[in-house]
Design a protein around this ligand. Structure first.
Ligand SMILES: Cc1cc2nc3c(=O)[nH]c(=O)nc-3n(C[C@H](O)[C@H](O)[C@H](O)COP(=O)(O)O)c2cc1C
Length: 381
């Protein structure tokens, strides 16, 4: 059944990618309960249809941290994007910049900051993980500043990686993983040539630039696994706040009390997120977490949200629940794997069209007019 452009691109990505990569993107933690609910909770929220309100002029633009976004959407940080298409971070960033929305480069991208930032005509966002190696964090922040990055997205919901059992089944990890990946690449020759061969080098570009001795991807993944820092607390973030003069967004907030702490800390924004259901299975979907967080902090900082957004209708729903802007993860990754930069551009155009239909038929002429009034209350919240 066709539900959305993301669904079609997901099917195309599935046939193009070696299974270890498709399942790395598509999977979540443990039994994938939260992963499923991210999508289903959002799609079940009923929009409130209104008619005959002269909706000939629509404005989808939104202002965020001194930037104008053509629509309230940004691309989320996705590690290893460069394994999904040739120099994939550059392709996705170009599509986002052409559409007039931000691209966020992951700490664990294949392409380093220095390759992506100059390839686009719009300031890039950069995502940083809390890692034990504070030397790396400082180095990455300095390089991000030098490259003209405007906004820092600080991800806090990965003090330890979630257990993703699909990765062990698919050959991403587990016994004989390297050999299984090689066999899968051989049976997907288009990917093997375009990305496997022509998309090299395959390492974590930001980390290899810091360490200065490029080796294989497996080495970096080992380095990363040993570097997540479960001791992190708000206090540890202060030096970053002092060091970074631009907007700072805390990504991975799911509780109103943590959202209030982010306000106290002086964050400019939060991302309401459960990491796309990839960390703690069983936590609330972002759609269900959002109303209480919006009640607690709306207006005190910018509220971004991700996890489960698969269509322009979902964007309108999440904004109606309280978000200022949303981020896309898998939705753009599937399109990138299926059709590269053109795929991401097409996906963003489709999101815009879907948003326009939703705005016309809920009677919202601008993003600020999308509100709880756009939802059928007793069903939607
Ligand atoms: C393959 C994959 C890799 C990801 N890597 C990162 C990452 O490096 N840093 C980060 O903050 N979030 C990462 N995320 C989480 C996304 O930024 C985002 O929160 C999530 O994808 C949103 O859920 P959705 O995919 O259902 O839209 C990753 C997600 C996926 C699917």
């Amino acid at each position: 059944m066709i539900i959305s452009a993301s669904t079609d691109y997901r099917a195309a990505a599935k046939s193009k990618l070696p299974p270890f990569l498709f399942h790395y993107a598509d999977g979540g933690a443990y039994a994938e309960h939260t992963l499923r609910h991210n999508v289903s909770d959002l799609s079940e929220i009923a929009l409130r249809q209104r008619v005959l309100r002269n909706m000939s002029e629509l404005n989808l633009e939104t202002q965020l941290f001194n930037e104008t976004l053509s629509m309230p959407v940004a691309l989320a940080p996705v590690g290893l994007t460069g394994m999904f298409a040739r120099r994939g971070e550059v392709q996705a960033a170009r599509a986002a910049a052409a559409k007039g929305i931000p691209f966020t480069l992951s700490t664990v991208s294949v392409c380093p900051i220095e390759e992506v930032a100059p390839a686009i005509n719009r300031p890039m966002w950069f995502q940083l993980y809390v890692l034990k190696d504070r030397g790396f964090m400082k180095n990455a922040l300095e390089r991000a500043k030098t490259a003209g990055v405007t906004t820092l997205v600080f991800t806090v919901d990965m003090p330890t990686p979630g257990a993703r059992y699909r990765d062990a089944h698919s050959g991403m990890s587990g016994p004989n993983a390297a050999m299984r990946r090689m066999l899968q690449a051989m049976t997907h020759p288009q990917w093997a040539f375009d990305v496997g061969l022509m998309g090299r080098p395959h390492d974590l570009g930001n980390i290899s630039t810091y360490r200065g001795n490029p080796t294989g991807l497996a080495d970096y993944i080992g380095w990363l696994a040993n570097n997540f820092d479960p001791s992190i607390s708000w206090k540890d973030l202060e030096w970053i706040r002092d060091f970074w003069d631009g907007p700072m967004i805390i990504k991975g907030i799911l509780d109103p009390e943590d959202a209030k702490d982010a306000v106290k800390f002086g964050a400019d924004g939060i991302v309401v997120s459960n990491h796309g259901g990839r960390q703690l299975d069983g936590v609330l979907s972002s759609a269900r977490a959002m109303p209480a967080i919006a009640d607690a902090v709306k207006g005190d900082l910018k509220i971004l949200a991700d996890s489960g957004i698969r269509s322009g209708l979902d964007v309108v729903r999440m904004i109606a629940l309280g978000a200022d802007t949303v981020m896309l993860g898998r939705a753009f990754l599937y399109a990138l794997a299926a059709a590269g930069e053109a795929g991401v551009s097409n996906l963003l155009d489709l999101f815009e069209k879907e948003m326009r239909v939703a705005m016309v038929l809920t009677g919202a002429k601008s993003i600020s007019e999308i509100s709880a009034e756009s939802l059928v209350r007793e069903l939607g919240r």
